[in-house]
Design a protein around this ligand. Structure first.
Ligand code: TRH
Length: 428
């Protein structure tokens, strides 16, 4: 049973001018909702906007947030179920077309009646198509392009009006930037000030007491420092070779694995019939594998902050690892004809713009991992480079932080559009 107000009942709450409406269609996994949720929360918290998030996968969204069900307001964001077909009863003229900004995330197709209401409105919202993240050079040329639409008015007159603006996130000026909350870097600084304390605190907060005790023991047993790795990737044929290398290495390694797809590959590696569950802890040679719960987005930031190396994937975790300022391995989302390898190399061109053996070792590891190759030898080359890579990661984080963030860029773009429109008004 739905716990959402029927769309018609929403009508009355839809008359403020600083309403931003975001549409999110979940393709798969967590990235689409992860990005939309992060942006929605930031627009509420930092700008005080009224934000309505329409999402087509409510059950999945509830699971993502660790909730049984979604209330109609979460952290100040109004969450609505985007049902298909779109009910004719939804008051698109006032509710959606009356927004200041409508964002269709990742080129999701808006319902036809919503598009029509936007196009026919006398004061249409700024319509943004928020694109996928890419480091490829063409992004700067496409960021900010607008589409034009043909429309016919009630008298049968046809004309062309402004459609949507293509907004591309990115790593360089002249793109939309990256999502970064105002206090994010200060939070990382706080967690990283006393890394050991933060690590203990995190384990205790995770609520997996068994792991906490076992890790505590291994930390105490060991005179060497334990290398902390977080692992959030897709299934990978490179994983067995990595684990073999970690198990035979000299350093004790703690590999923390939040619930997710890679646990199936780990299960195969361990010859288990079923994947590990949160709370399971396995030790092979120098390697300890701890399966942990799927964390809240905020706790996931904390995990990234206190690890020596983060394996991340998709889009949002990849960006969060960069803000953590720690070495990272990106398992990129696979696309047909290996298009993703070009995307990955485009990012590496930026990330490794200064030459150095540590960056070469990292780039090689990324290449092998994403091609599903054997990474055993490569790990032994990469391991000694981690301190240098930590420095590079910090430099990269500081470089990115000089650019305005995605939400700030969206808000600025909207304000510019308003100003331009004002200037277009005829003087009476
Ligand atoms: O889950 P992803 O693979 O998502 C996406 C989608 O597949 C999408 O269709 C595709 O286009 C895109 O990748 C490239 O990876 P991503 O983007 O990193 O999203 C994961 C989200 O989950 C992110 O918001 C961080 C969050 N997360 C937690 O909140 N807690 C956790 O414990 C972990 C591991 C992740």
């Amino acid at each position: 049973m739905s716990h959402f107000p029927a769309p018609k009942e929403l009508e009355s709450s839809f008359f403020t001018s600083d309403r931003w409406t975001i549409f999110c269609a979940v393709i798969d996994n967590h990235g689409d909702m992860g990005v939309c949720w992060r942006l929605a929360r930031q627009l509420v918290r930092e700008y005080g906007f009224e934000v309505v998030l329409w999402i087509d996968e409510l059950q999945g969204f509830a699971r993502f947030l660790g909730l049984q069900e979604i209330g109609d307001s979460l952290d100040g964001v109004q969450v609505r179920h985007w049902v298909s077909p779109w009910p004719s009863s939804v008051a698109t003229d006032t509710s959606i077309a009356g927004s200041a900004v409508v964002i269709e995330a990742f080129a999701c197709e808006l319902p036809e009646s919503v598009t029509a209401a936007i196009e026919q409105s006398d004061t249409p919202p700024l319509w943004i198509n928020l694109e996928y993240l890419s480091a490829e050079p063409w992004v700067t040329q496409c960021h900010g392009l607008r589409s034009m639409h043909s429309v016919t008015d009630s008298e049968g007159q046809t004309g062309r009006i402004m459609g949507k603006t293509f907004f591309f996130p990115g790593f360089v000026p002249d793109t939309g930037g990256l999502l970064r909350e105002r206090d994010l870097l200060a939070q990382h600084e706080g967690w990283q000030k006393d890394e050991q304390f933060s690590r203990r605190q995190l384990l205790s907060d995770l609520g997996v007491s068994q792991i906490q005790e076992l890790v505590q023991d291994s930390l105490l047993d060991s005179r060497q420092e334990v290398l902390w790795i977080s692992l959030f990737t897709y299934e990978s044929s490179s994983l067995a070779s990595l684990f073999t290398a970690l198990a035979e290495g000299m350093d004790p390694v703690l590999c923390l694995v939040p619930q997710g797809r890679v646990l199936a590959t780990i299960g195969e590696y361990l010859n288990r019939k079923s994947p590990l569950n949160a709370g399971d802890f396995v030790r092979i040679g120098s390697l300890s594998i701890a399966a942990i719960p799927f964390l809240s987005q905020d706790d996931y930031d904390r995990l990234l902050s206190v690890c020596d190396l983060n394996f991340v994937r998709g889009e949002d975790s990849f960006v969060r690892a960069q803000w953590a300022g720690r070495p990272l391995l990106w398992h990129i989302y696979a696309q047909d004809e290996n298009v993703h390898m070009e995307k990955m190399r485009a990012f590496l061109t930026l990330y490794c713009s200064t030459d150095g053996q540590e960056l070469r070792a990292l780039a090689r590891f990324w290449e092998f991992w994403n091609l599903g190759e054997d990474c055993r030898e490569l790990w032994h080359h990469l391991r000694p480079q981690l301190p240098g890579l930590r420095e590079r990661a910090g430099e990269w984080q500081r470089k990115l932080a000089q650019l305005p963030d995605l939400a700030a860029n969206l808000v600025k773009y909207h304000r510019q559009q308003l100003k331009e429109k004002d200037q277009e008004q005829p003087v009476v």
